[in-house]
Design a protein around this ligand. Structure first.
Ligand code: SF4
Length: 731
């Protein structure tokens, strides 16, 4: 309520919060946790309320605001300050060499973009980024436009988050998505929560865990940090029933060392193989690679497992036994696994463990990579993909009726490398805050500043509006909460949640400004302004989004009778062979066991491993406030959570000011003015908040195969602040 009333006022708060995640309402622009079929009157969590309030806030950033505040002045403000200035109300341009944004008409904006794109030497000098809030309809039109232009340069935010999950699962079970339903949680024996902090990042998941526990499930939490959400949980609506009891959600917390998950899961696999509980029939009939897995498990020494995981053998055997006895196990994970150098292979260790027990395509069992952005999974499904398969493009070509570019494009890290190499002339962002979300902030800033024209489709002010190309445009769009009226009337859009369910989202609020355009409309005008051959009736498609969905039905697998099925009460589930028929769309139709060496997680004595994390008052790079209530940290975001014994060893106390230097392939990056906080974290490990610490994450430090930045594995040294360092000095 505090966030709601402060930003929207009382009446709008009640009106808005009674519409979020409701069947006739709009989908929460926060994470992608699914809605239960039976909604409660208040179907949102605290962070969902913050996300909605943040979008539906009354304050606006209009031309007068930009006339008053120069780029220099704005750049000196904090991300929190920038975010709370309000909704951007008009299209704005920052001309080369100027110090203030100035307003321009939509027509002039699209003419500027069309001109820039048509003057490129090659279409591959244009890059089109997508943030996970973009609806299915906007994302589908966007990819159709970019491919009509002739490139696959479509980096998106999942390159930085669950790309490792897509690769890890795709190679082993034939689909790059989770295989469980929300109801499976109620039929599970064991739920693993790995490298994830649901209390802050997917809060309604806590309700599913509570309900599962009430049905007898065991929750095992694997995380370097003892996150409150899994320690003591209280469902806000229980107070209305005067039920004051709190629920201890995690039955076991394994405080694994950062990067120690692979060793831990190899330990569980050894226990499983030694103690039994194998689904022999499933292994025999539906998998391949079992013998190689057994051989590799026998070779691994317990001493290495204990050293690298930081967990003693007795505990691993105890938990391994619980897992071995389970008839239905669900594995949930997030960035703690995906943003590791071995992100893909550690996820495949989780797959190995669950395949041993046949925990896929069975009620109460399966894989659950939890998506942190409301439609990031949907965007990939409908074509936001820099490396699409030929089969995907064949279907798209069939539906759209024009040739698809086949050469793979840039993902996020490669797009930054291309900018640094001055290979990008136009950079278009559909939402997001590219500068702050990406690693190696200074490298990204340098890259962006080489681009002739950068364009941001945005709702709110952020740092990517301040570190731009030579010329920059801001195109303000409608938010998820707002009414979207086109020539055929009110429109709804669709999104896909973490469990592959596609459902509607209908904005109900009056738009923050009459000059805003919807994302699909922005794409259609972009196409008309920059395509030499239109191929599609862009204007017509925007007039009635049913037309876009009809095109999607023809161009994508699994969207049959799209318009009819998505209007069903709870939408529909996309095909998922492992879940639906326990079958695997891999080359040989089998689920694959895989063998990976133990990753090298050794550290020099004077080094630490840093992981970047979110506070409770932020959503991705959006900073709602400067507190982290669940961790007891208030009023400062430049903090280093460090083990008290490590601090004592250095003679440091709480609030001691330090500077951090990251080390990677002989390069160093330094960032100063950090305050130490003694925290319950394994020795040799530290945690900091992003985006502030992203400047320490080396651009070239990425996960094998997925190229995901290793934001959860950054080697750093720590010194008292007064020490000077060479390398990338913080501005
Ligand atoms: S759990 Fe996620 S989707 Fe649900 S209300 Fe909270 S932030 Fe929004």
């Amino acid at each position: 309520m505090k966030h709601g009333i402060k930003k929207m006022g009382f009446v709008k708060t009640v009106k808005t919060l009674t519409m979020v995640n409701q069947k006739a309402g709009f989908d929460c622009p926060g994470c992608a946790w699914p809605d239960p079929d039976h909604r409660t009157p208040f179907e949102f969590c605290e962070n969902g309320a913050k996300a909605v309030a943040d979008e539906a806030m009354k304050a606006t950033v209009n031309p007068a605001f930009f006339a008053k505040h120069s780029i220099q002045y704005l750049a000196e403000q904090s991300d929190h300050w920038l975010n709370k200035q309000g909704r951007i109300s008009h299209p704005m341009i920052l001309k080369e060499g100027e110090n203030h944004y100035s307003p321009l008409s939509w027509d002039d904006a699209f003419e500027t973009i069309g001109h820039a794109i048509q003057n490129l030497d090659s279409v591959d000098e244009a890059v089109f980024y997508t943030s996970g809030r973009t609806s299915n309809e906007a994302a589908f039109l966007y990819q159709a436009y970019v491919r009509a232009l002739g490139t696959n340069n479509m980096p998106d935010c999942s390159n930085m988050c669950h790309e490792s999950s897509g690769k890890g699962l795709g190679q082993t079970i034939g689909i790059g998505k989770g295989t469980v339903t929300l109801d499976d949680f109620n039929h599970s024996n064991v739920i693993l929560v790995i490298g994830q902090n649901p209390g802050t990042n997917h809060p309604r998941m806590l309700t599913a865990l509570r309900d599962a526990k009430h049905k007898g499930s065991t929750v095992i939490h694997i995380n370097p940090l003892p996150e409150s959400g899994l320690q003591r949980f209280k469902h806000p609506q229980d107070y209305m029933k005067l039920n004051l009891k709190t629920t201890q959600l995690s039955d076991h917390h394994l405080q694994v060392k950062i990067g120690g998950d692979a060793a831990l899961f190899k330990g569980f696999i050894k226990v499983h193989l030694e103690l039994g509980g194998l689904d022999e029939a499933f292994i025999q009939a539906s998998t391949t690679g079992y013998d190689a897995l057994v051989a590799s498990a026998n070779e691994i020494e317990w001493a290495d497992i204990v050293r690298d995981s930081g967990i003693d053998k007795e505990t691993i055997v105890k938990i391994g036994t619980i897992l071995g006895k389970s008839k239905a196990t669900i594995a949930c994970w997030a960035m703690g696994l995906t943003q590791q150098p071995n992100g893909v292979s550690v996820i495949q260790e989780v797959v190995n463990l669950l395949l041993l027990g046949g925990h896929v395509g069975r009620q109460g069992a399966g894989f659950c990579p939890v998506r942190g952005h409301s439609n990031v999974q949907g965007d990939r499904t409908v074509g936001i993909w820099e490396a699409p398969t030929d089969a995907f493009l064949d279907k798209m070509e069939q539906g759209l009726g024009f040739n698809m570019p086949r050469e793979h494009g840039y993902d996020v890290v490669n797009a930054i490398r291309a900018m640094k190499d001055r290979k990008v002339g136009v950079f278009f962002c559909m939402g997001g805050n590219f500068l702050s979300a990406t690693p190696d902030t200074h490298a990204t800033a340098k890259g962006l500043r080489t681009v002739d024209l950068t364009i941001q489709v945005s709702t709110k002010l952020n740092r990517s509006h301040l570190v731009t190309g030579k010329t920059a445009l801001i195109l303000p769009c409608l938010g998820r909460t707002e009414r979207d009226v086109q020539s055929s009337g009110n429109q709804f859009v669709t999104v896909e949640n973490s469990m592959g369910v596609v459902h509607t989202s209908t904005g109900t609020l009056k738009p923050a400004s009459p000059t805003l355009l919807s994302e699909p409309d922005i794409v259609a005008r972009l196409a008309q302004a920059s395509l030499k051959t239109l191929h599609l009736d862009w204007k017509g498609l925007v007039g009635d989004y049913d037309g876009i969905r009809d095109l999607m039905e023809k161009s994508l697998h699994g969207f049959d009778e799209y318009n009819a099925r998505v209007r069903q009460e709870n939408g529909f589930a996309l095909p998922n062979p492992p879940r639906d028929t326990r079958s695997f769309a891999t080359k040989d139709g089998k689920a694959h066991f895989t063998v990976h060496p133990l990753p090298d997680v050794s550290l020099d004595d004077d080094k630490y491993v840093m992981m970047t994390i979110r506070s409770h008052d932020q959503y991705n790079t959006t900073i709602y406030d400067v507190h982290d209530r669940y961790r007891g940290i208030h009023g400062n975001r430049r903090v280093v959570m460090m083990n008290a014994s490590d601090m004592a060893e250095r003679g440091w106390k709480n609030r001691h000011v330090v500077q951090l230097t990251s080390h990677f392939q002989g390069e160093t990056r330094t960032s100063g003015q950090w305050q130490l906080v003694a925290y319950d974290i394994p020795r040799g490990n530290i945690a900091t908040y992003f985006p502030e610490s992203n400047s320490l994450v080396p651009l070239n430090s990425t996960a094998a195969e997925s190229n995901t930045p290793t934001s959860k594995w950054v080697i750093v040294s720590i010194d008292s602040h007064h020490t000077q360092h060479s390398g990338h000095e913080e501005e």
